[in-house]
Write a protein that binds this ligand. Structure first.
Ligand code: UFG
Length: 339
């Protein structure tokens, strides 16, 4: 039971990479995904990379009866809950959709874990909980700022729900990983991000611009109070991020946690500006990107990057991949998708 993990949203971007790393680490993975923002092809990619096809169940985590069946039919002690919507702008336009999907699905999973006596849960949180932080880099003790979007609010609410459920249930342990900016793709180029429509995030926009699908990248603001005027973020390679999930599961399975509810920042600890990222992409892939400076984007914070001391010390995890390698992988993946 301890070597089996239920991965909700396992066909998605971070879920598929984590499934690969779990399989590589010897875990048996059961993927649940409703394919609302992912594709079956990622399961094929996982199989090609690992030689193992994870068990796949097409279901919506908000559907309690369907999920109860998953719990009845499969024995696992750990759940990694990725399944959620993630578009900030859409969440502002359609808040109910976000609260329903992101909160109801998580509560459903937690209720079933309690009902079936399952022990460990890992939640995908986000650096968005820090908002415009007063002191940088942010540690896990940095106060959260009021969320500026329903999406961000679902992350804060879900963290609190997890904390309260763990407090109320002696058998449950929880870890929330606060991701900074996940980018890149598996070096095999067999799995990666598949944004639907016009990408909101920087790296998919860059790769689609390089591929000629978008005409020109807009750099949102060059007048921020930063060294080159563009925003600073902490870009974490998705494979490094996936590995963080494996060590977090191992910590819970082995009972190595100090408290039953823990939070870890998962980033590189290094701020990178938008201009630096664009230059890095050009250098890594030996091409020129069409870009222009545009006005600031509403809701963007000037800078946020992680203090990763806690993850380094407690999980024994650190980001290893070089930024240029990550940007090369992002481009290889884009080319693979366009083939
Ligand atoms: N950017 C551009 N042009 C683009 C897209 C982004 O200049 O076309 C800039 C943004 O202004 C920002 C940086 O690139 O400075 C990174 O933007 P992303 O959209 O890639 O990432 P964010 O930091 O805005 O988003 C992250 C997470 C979200 C989270 C959000 C909250 O990806 O999940 O932080 O702030 F909600």
């Amino acid at each position: 039971m301890n070597n089996r993990v239920l991965v909700t949203g396992g066909a998605g971007y971070i879920g598929s990479h984590t499934t690969v790393e779990l399989i590589n680490a010897g875990y048996e993975v059961i993927v649940v995904d409703n394919l609302s923002n992912s594709d079956r092809s990622s399961l094929e990619g996982i199989r090609k990379i690992t030689g193992v096809e994870p068990k796949f169940i097409e279901a919506d985590c908000c559907d309690k009866e369907a999920m109860r069946k998953v719990f009845q039919e499969h024995e696992f002690n750990s759940v990694i809950h990725f399944a959620a919507y993630k578009a900030v702008g859409e969440s502002v336009a359609e808040p109910a959709k976000y609260y329903r999907n992101n909160i109801l699905s998580f509560v459903t999973i937690l209720e079933l874990m309690t009902e079936f006596g399952r022990k460990n849960v890992l939640f995908s949180s986000s650096a968005t909980v820090y908002g415009d932080a007063d002191v940088l880099p942010v540690t896990e003790h940095t106060p959260r700022k009021p969320a500026t979007s329903p999406y961000g609010n679902t992350k804060q609410m879900a963290e609190d729900i997890l904390r309260d459920m763990v407090a109320a249930n002696q058998n449950l342990a929880g870890i929330a990983l606060r991701y900074f900016n996940p980018i890149g793709a598996h070096p095999s180029a067999l799995i990666g991000e598949l944004p639907r429509g016009v990408p909101n995030n920087l790296v998919p926009y860059i790769t689609q611009t390089a591929a000629g699908i978008r005409e020109c990248l807009s750099i949102f603001g060059d007048d921020y109070d930063t060294p080159d005027g563009s925003c600073l973020r902490d870009y974490i390679d998705v494979v490094d991020l996936a590995r963080a999930h494996v060590v977090a599961v191992e910590r819970m399975v082995s009972g190595g946690s100090k408290q039953r509810y823990e939070i870890f920042n998962i980033g590189t600890g290094r701020p990178v500006s938008v201009f630096e990222l664009v230059r890095g992409f050009e250098q890594a892939n030996d091409l020129k990107l069409n870009y222009k400076v545009a006005p600031r984007r509403a809701g963007d914070v000037t800078a946020v990057w992680a203090d990763t001391t806690l993850a380094n010390q407690e999980l024994g995890w650190r980001a290893e991949r070089e930024l240029l390698d990550t940007l090369r992988a992002a481009w290889e993946w884009e080319k693979h998708v366009r083939q």
